[in-house]
Design a binder for this molecule. Structure first.
Ligand SMILES: Cc1ncc(C[n+]2csc(CCOP(=O)(O)OP(=O)(O)O)c2C)c(N)n1
Length: 263
């Protein structure tokens, strides 16, 4: 996963001075510590609000958010939904191991129904959330999936997600070999299929949803990609240069005019 992201950054020739990686809390959220770029390790489930703040303050930065399924689809689920419909230009990479890894193996939002974990010894009574279907329906303008056992293909999907203008999600099937023996590399290998980009049209929303909902196989690659105006292109206060370089406060003349208005 780390290797794929490094390769994607290198292939896109991104300047590390303009690159920020933001994460929440979890084993996967340690990722910014292993990259020689700007990084912020925030609170559990709070990576997206921090990342959105960074992007709004300086729209010239490339902002990549990394975290786990518990972090993003559990405690952070509300932020995930609203970040998607806001369509800020950032990339969200979720290392989906279908478990709470850092807290040693409780059921997460993507654990399947019936899955036995520390917190669900009799089998998980809740059905799994489908992040890809949620993202296609929720306004994400790019939805992709990768597998950490296919790092070259994953790097390609990440590259396209980062290059995409708007909110992009890459859900990465990432076996946790320590705490989740059920969803191993061997479990995933026969289920993975690479989306044939000649036969799958990522601009077709219905087709993307069909791929997201497939149960026979787990397609990896770009499921969905459309071109929509971003938040920064439409929000009046973000027109012109980045906010970090704009003047703060009023000139003496503006201040006097304002005072006149109220006196
Ligand atoms: C507000 C808050 N609630 C709960 C926790 C405990 N906690 C730390 S990591 C984590 C889950 C991590 O799972 P996931 O995001 O799937 O990441 P993984 O460790 O599997 O990569 C939880 C519940 C916390 N740190 N903060």
């Amino acid at each position: 996963m780390l290797n794929a992201l490094q390769n994607a950054f290198a292939a896109l020739d991104l300047d590390r001075r303009n690159l920020v990686v933001v994460s929440g809390i979890g084993c996967s959220s340690d990722l910014p510590h292993f990259l020689n770029v700007y990084g912020i390790h925030t609170l559990h489930g709070r990576a997206l609000p921090v990342a959105q703040g960074i992007k709004m303050a300086n729209k010239e930065l490339t902002v990549v958010v990394t975290g786990g399924d518990g972090d993003g689809y559990g405690i952070g689920a509300g932020h995930f939904l609203h970040a998607m419909r806001r369509n800020l230009d950032l990339t969200y990479i979720v290392m989906d191991n279908r478990i709470y890894g850092l807290t040693t193996g409780q059921a997460s939002p993507t654990s399947y129904k019936g899955h036995k974990t520390k917190s669900t010894p009799a089998g998980n009574p809740e059905c799994a959330l489908n992040p890809l279907a949620l993202a296609v329906a929720g306004g994400a303008t790019f939805v992709g999936r990768g597998f950490s056992g296919e790092p070259i293909h994953l790097a390609e999907t990440m590259k396209r997600a980062i290059a995409h203008k708007g909110f992009s999600l890459v859900d990465v099937l990432s076996p946790c070999v320590t705490w989740n023996k059920s969803f191993s590399y061997d479990y995933y290998r026969p289920l993975i299929v690479k989306l044939d980009q000649d036969r799958h049209d990522p601009s077709d929303r219905d087709a993307a949803l069909r791929q997201a909902l497939r149960e026979d196989k787990l397609p990896i690659g770009v499921l969905y990609e459309i071109d929509e105006p971003t938040f920064a292109e439409e929000e009046p206060s973000l027109q012109g240069g980045p906010l970090v370089r704009s003047r703060i406060g009023l000139t003496d003349e503006e201040w006097a005019a304002l005072m006149d208005e109220f006196s």
